[in-house]
Structure formats: C-alpha cells, structure tokens
Design a protein around this ligand. Structure first.
Ligand SMILES: Nc1ncnc2c1ncn2[C@@H]1O[C@H](COP(=O)(O)OP(=O)(O)O)[C@@H](O)[C@H]1O
Ligand SMILES: [Mg+2]
Length: 320
C-alpha cells in the first residue's frame, strides 16, 4: 500500500531524511514513532505531495507520489499536526468546504459528512462554530474531513498531542473503528506506548532513518529480553542471609541469566529467554528448594525498548 524507498530530504545543507525505507501493507495501522525532529512530519508531508523530496521514491497504491501529487491527494487523507483558525465557520460548512476542494457536489458531501461526523462522535455538532469546539473535538473533526473523499490511506500527524486523557481515549476509539473498516493508517507520535495498543505495526525513526520496524507482537517479544523478571522467594530452613546467597547462586548458574540484583526483598533477573524458557527457570528454582511467591516479568514496556534501541543507535554512531 505504501512503499517508501531511500527517501531523502535536505533543507539546505541539513539532512532531514537520510535514505528512509518504509513499507506498509493494506489495512495496517502503522505507528510512526520518533523524538521531535526525527523527520516524521517531513515524511508525511512528502507522502501527501505537500513537500518535494530531494531523492528516493514513494509509491501509494502503486502511484508515484513524487511525480503525480494530484493523483496522490485523492488517495490520501491528511490530518496535520496543527488545526487552523476558521472564523465563523460551522462544522457542516467546514466539511462542505473541504469536500468542494475535491470537486464534490454539496449534496454528496452533506450525505457523506453526516456519516463521518457520526463516526467521530460529533453528530450533534453540525451547527456548532468550529472555533468553539474543544481541542479533542477539533482533532476528531479533522479526521472526519480528511476522510471526506474516501481516501485509501489516512495519515495522522501526532493526533494525540495536547489532548487530555478523555479526548485521547475518544480519538483511540475512532482510529480503532477506522482500522476495522479496512483503512490503511499511518499515525505518528513521539510517545511509543501510546501507539502500541492501537497499532498493528510500528516503526521507530531517528534522525531521518527508520531504525526498527515490525509487527507490534514481534517488537514486544524483543522488548521482553530487556525487561527483568521480578522474583520473591524464600528457602525453608534457612535464615534470610543464607537464603539470599543460595538463591543468588542458583540464579547465576542458570543459562540465559545475564545478571541478578536484589533490592526491597525482591530479586531482579535479567533474562534473555522466551516466556517458555522462563517457565523452566522457575522450575529449576523450585527443584533447588526455593519457594517462590512471585515470579513475573513486566510486559509491554515499549518505552524501555525505545530507549534501548535509540541508545544503541547513538552508541553505534559514537563508535563506528
Ligand atoms: N522548512 C524547514 N527548514 C529547515 N529545517 C526544517 C524545516 N522543516 C523541518 N526542518 C528540520 O527537519 C528536521 C525534521 O523535522 P520534522 O519532520 O518536523 O520532525 P518531526 O515531525 O519528527 O518532529 C528537524 O530537525 C527540523 O528542524
Ligand atoms: Mg512533527
């Protein structure tokens, strides 16, 4: 659906996109994550035909975005990272305004707009002035208008930024609905965990390059290797100090254990194995007379994974 190859963008001497490769299948909800300045907005604006690339190629559903920007505008809906000012424009008029930009008839726009406003939970706001809507409502209105021409690819640039938790929740529900409708969605954020729940795939971008990308489950699997296992245990017939020494000895003997620390009556085990292998670790402890009262690994800590990956990328640059 979206195929970006070796995309580069220079602003003068500054390289904002440095040979970006990105592939998104139809129907995917792809989370595009990276710190501020990574190049997310630049990438999105190029895909939409709003900004010229310096090199590389972008295909949307087989159409060359760099050579045929007008055709691309019909295929793509774009929700930018800012919402303009619309003096004296009501919600329905706003939808009609955007529909007219795609050459649509007013009657058609009205009919489609009613459905879209329902989808984004703004059905009762048709006659409200746009400027008086809350920020969350404006964002959802922006999603509705980006869908007015029924695009195949919807691009959202940090749609959650500046929203309160309630508004974020509502935005998430809207996006999930779009996913079930089969739209392909590219959504950016500088906060990784925010995207993990609603995306099917994730790409992490830094300094104009994609440094990791894949299905959410695969990335989660990788993140487990860096999350410690928390263990609480005692050893029958041993005093606390003796028990601790025994547990530490047993743990350090186990394969795939790369480190153990003890704090607050809890052991933290750095373990490189899978969930299944961790079950054998637990079995080994029990067989060595260790009674376990808690054994769990923090899951879904994508933030930690993000830091790990970006730190590794920095280290690689410092020590080439
Ligand atoms: N018009 C511009 N002129 C010069 N530099 C720009 C311009 N637009 C963006 N940049 C720079 O390009 C880099 C990527 O920006 P951007 O794509 O907005 O990143 P993101 O959306 O990930 O925060 C940043 O370092 C930014 O300062
Ligand atoms: Mg941006």
């Amino acid at each position: 659906m979206l195929e970006i190859s070796n995309l580069t963008k220079r602003y003068g001497k500054f390289v904002a996109l440095d040979g970006l490769n990105l592939h998104i299948d139809k129907g995917e909800i792809f989370g595009f994550v990276g710190p501020n300045g990574a190049g997310k907005t630049t990438t999105m604006r190029i895909i939409c035909g709003l900004l010229k690339a310096s090199g590389g190629s972008v295909l949307v559903d087989g159409v060359d975005a760099l050579k045929r920007p007008d055709d691309i505008k019909r295929k793509v809906g774009y929700v930018p990272d800012f919402f303009g000012v619309y003096d004296n424009l009501k919600v329905m008029e706003y939808m009609e305004f955007y529909g007219s930009m795609y050459g649509m008839e007013k009657e058609d726009v009205d009919e489609i707009a009613v459905g879209l406003l329902e989808l984004v939970n703004l059905a009762d706001k048709q006659d409200t002035f746009v400027d008086t809507l809350s920020r969350g409502m404006k964002q959802r209105l922006c999603v509705a208008r980006a869908l007015i021409h029924n695009p195949e690819l919807l691009i959202l640039d940090e749609p959650n930024s500046g929203l309160d938790p309630r508004a974020r929740f509502e935005m998430k529900e809207v996006l999930k609905n779009l996913g079930t409708m089969g739209k392909t969605i590219l959504i950016s954020s500088h906060i990784l965990p925010e995207l993990s729940e609603m995306c099917t795939s994730i790409g992490i971008m830094e300094r104009g390059k994609l440094i990791v990308s894949g299905r959410v489950e695969e990335i989660m699997q990788k993140s487990m290797g860096i999350q410690p296992i928390h263990l609480r245990a005692m050893v029958p017939g041993m005093e606390a100090d003796e028990a601790k020494a025994h547990v530490l000895t047993v743990l350090k003997e186990q394969p795939l254990v790369s480190g153990v620390s003890y704090a607050g009556e809890e052991y933290q085990i750095h373990y490189g194995g899978t969930e299944q292998q961790a079950a054998y670790l637990l079995k080994a402890l029990v067989e060595r007379n260790i009674m376990v009262s808690d054994f769990h690994r923090e899951k879904e800590n994508l933030e930690a994974l993000f830091l790990e990956i970006t730190n590794a990328a920095h280290a690689a640059q410092v020590h080439p």
